[in-house]
Design a protein around this ligand. Structure first.
Ligand code: SF4
Length: 381
């Protein structure tokens, strides 16, 4: 079998179906990654969202016993919103990180990978393939690095020479022994912009991330956000991409190759106040198709409350008081109380004091006390 010819046919076909870059890697064990993951695990640096054991994540054979090669694909996404709506004093807006703009990339990439798989099977009926996007066991980034899609930056993103790091990655494991492509050389050099810009020190050192301090991860948790990170998320309600924004490789890239990945301005930068009262049905209709909805509405509403506090949005006080008093979810009531304290109007403090009389949840009461403590800050400034 002439795999070189098939490889070229696959490369040509990938362009036809809108894949921006494709690379071929061996399906050998990811030995270095295995060691790194074990280290991350022992340090408690993982997010908890990882799928599968370390062995499954680093040994393609465990996922497809006949695996010989892995095809890595990259799809470029936009870095700027055309006609971006402005946040005004009366109507503050939050923002989803770039990787959550447009239709959920899992859907978009999976569709392309399925097409690619069907194409390969048509050309080579004995092919056995398995496709994966992000939620699979394999590390998209390790595969992409090995397949020469990009180099692994100090911010842990894969940086392509063509599209910077604003690319979605997916892969297809196959039993066809393709000649692998060569990995790219490291391109960070002495640059440390991402490490310097990370507000929480989550980038422990070049290429090593403590996910427990990474704001992108913390915006997706469902419990109370630890205090030290609340002032740092700003108006991000999902994800956080400052370590990519500052990267020199991303300064002039803004690709709009895929209509389905185009950000809808009012979804990518939603008004914050309406998010507080959004029904499940409205949430599904408005945000259900984007990647940032995967954890449901609670984390986004919690983050919206923190963002309103960050803005000191006095126009939101009335609605936030209603949330603090009536929402059935303690995380939401407590965060509303904390953010009301941040805003610091008399009305806000009075409402917290009043709500404390009826509140029975210990954690919410704790947040209410923290909210009231801001009063001292206001009286000393
Ligand atoms: Fe590498 Fe600099 Fe980009 Fe960080 S900001 S990933 S150090 S090039």
């Amino acid at each position: 079998m002439n795999t070189d010819h098939l490889k070229q046919e696959i490369i040509d076909y990938s362009k036809d179906i809108g894949i921006d870059k494709i690379g071929f890697a061996s399906a050998d064990v990811f030995g270095e990654l295995k060691e790194r993951l074990r280290r991350q695990q022992s340090l408690g640096y993982q997010s908890g969202f990882e799928k599968g054991s370390v062995d499954e994540r680093t040994e393609p054979e465990r996922l497809l016993p006949e695996s010989k090669s892995i095809l890595s694909i990259a799809i470029a996404y936009p870095s700027r919103i055309k006609d971006s709506p402005k946040s005004t004093k009366d109507e503050r807006r939050g923002i989803f990180c770039r990787a959550s703009w447009g239709v959920d990339y899992h859907v978009v990439l999976r569709e392309k990978l399925e097409k690619l798989s069907a194409f390969i099977e048509e050309k080579f009926p004995d092919a056995v393939n398995k496709v994966m996007v992000d939620t699979g066991e394999l590390s998209d980034r390790a595969v992409a690095e090995r397949a020469g899609i990009g180099f692994s930056g100090k911010n842990t993103s894969i940086i392509t020479p063509e599209f910077g790091s604003y690319v979605y990655l997916g892969e297809l494991i196959t039993n066809i022994p393709f000649v692998p492509d060569k990995p790219l050389a490291d391109g960070c050099g002495s640059c440390t912009k991402c490490l310097d810009a990370c507000p929480t020190g989550a980038l422990v050192q070049g290429g090593q991330l403590n996910a427990q301090r990474c704001l992108a991860f913390l915006t997706q948790t469902k419990d109370f956000m630890p205090d030290e990170f609340r002032s740092q998320i700003g108006n991000f309600i999902y994800g956080f991409d400052t370590c990519q924004v500052v990267c020199p490789y991303n300064q002039k890239v803004d690709f709009h190759n895929h209509p389905e990945l185009e950000p809808e301005p009012d979804v990518a930068k939603p008004k914050l106040k309406p998010m507080l009262r959004i029904s499940n049905r409205e949430f599904k209709e408005t945000f259900g198709h984007i990647a940032g909805s995967w954890r449901g509405k609670k984390p986004l509403q919690r983050n919206a409350l923190i963002a309103l506090g960050h803005y000191k949005d006095v126009t939101a006080v009335e609605e936030m008081i209603a949330v603090m008093k009536n929402d059935v979810r303690p995380v939401i009531r407590g965060t509303a109380a904390w953010s009301l304290g941040k805003i610091g109007t008399n009305e806000a403090f009075e409402a917290i004091t009043e709500a404390m009389e009826k509140e029975t949840d210990e954690q919410v009461l704790f947040e209410m006390k923290k909210g009231l403590n801001f009063q001292q800050e206001f009286s000393t400034t």
